[in-house]
Ligand binder design. Sequence first.
Ligand code: ATP
Ligand code: MG
Length: 448
Amino acid sequence: MKFNIPDGARHILQTLNGAGHEAYLVGGCVRDLLRGVEPHDWDICTSARPEETERCFAGRRIVETGLKHGTVTVLVEGEPYEITTYRTEGPYSDSRRPDYVRFVPDLEEDLARRDFTMNAIAMDPQGDLRDPFGGAKDISSGLIRCVGRPDRRFQEDGLRVMRALRFAAVFGYAVEGRTAQAVHENRAVLDRVAAERINAELRKLLVGKGAGDVLRQYPDVFCQFWPQLGPLVALEQNNPWHCWGGWEHTIRALEAAPADVTLRLAMLLHDIGKPACKSTDEAGIDHFCGHSAVGAQLTDRMLRALKFDNRTRERVVLLVERHDVQIPDREHSIRKWLGRLGPEAFFQLLEVKRADGMGQDLEKVRCRLDELDEIGAKAEQILAERQCLTLKDLAVDGRDVIAAGVKPGPEVGRILDGALGQVLNGEAPNERSALLHWIARSQNRERK
Ligand code: ATP
Ligand code: MG
């Protein structure tokens, strides 16, 4: 046996074969086996009609949701396996399934409808391949190549443009020349693709190891669904901190960030406000005053347009808005920012600032990067010591303020904020008696 095929999949292939039908593993799982990567699901294609497939697995749990399109899902030992009748298909206007399918008798016709050669390989239970389009060779040379004429294939289904770039980014593969040219030339098909589908591909793409190179080579594709990127792609910045233009800086910063969707989006968009804020002084130096706030607004619009979930959107907007704040390397400032942002966003902001620095002239920013490490270490310490960071942690609450003679109302909140400020600044310990004392004194000051 050449490949590690799970017993459940082998059982399905053999059961179908035993009933006189052809059956193969196909698509992503075959591709991943050939890449030496553990497949995450096992798709099977067969010459059997759906009702024949169902008959073969009569004793098992069967899910019929894909039946109209020829897919029967069979559960073997709790694992779902999708078994699909050989078919050709129409366009995917509902975003998930083709509008119509036609069952065909021949495996090769089924493989021909698939997008890329690496996804159009079938494997029998012995591990032997049916590979009419040379997919195995393309996998070993790390190439993404359309099955058939690239421009026609992209016109049939615009999502394939994003899938090509997603696979390129995730696997670190190159897009074959004619396919690459067709990606550029047919990028406008993305206008017809649902935002949610672009979103799903973009998330995977951005955390891929080759994301930077894909952004470098295909800015026009990204501008197709996010035209706001256009001015950033073209941005020149003559500024002593920067040795790169706006786009190359953005890409280097993104590459330096951990492979996390929120952080990668924050890096992609952190300077999106710069083009609108650019001014050049008498010495010819470019400045970008206010670009974080402008960028945060643009980011919000762009993420909404692509239907990002609220949580991701709000966090990315926050990180773009704050990416340029100075956090002094002093305990009380660190406490303040930890309290204001919460630990999760605080550490994300440090990652954003570090990645931003990595995209600049490294010699010049090295000590800023060291400082960020120190700030991170101090913040860890503060958290480990469970120091007071927010009103919730404060040793007094509203009842104490009211007991000190303050009328219930907004004044109570102001006094608590004042007490928290004292603690954050290190001017008062977070102890009940000390804070009650401070409250009483501030009340006296008020009265005078
Ligand atoms: P992943 O690892 O992301 O699951 P995959 O290639 O398995 O990658 P799926 O969306 O699960 O992607 O699709 C399974 C198979 O169906 C693909 O390998 C490919 O053969 C075919 N396929 C999927 N989407 C398309 C498409 N838009 N156009 C043509 N063929 C497609
Ligand atoms: Mg898959």
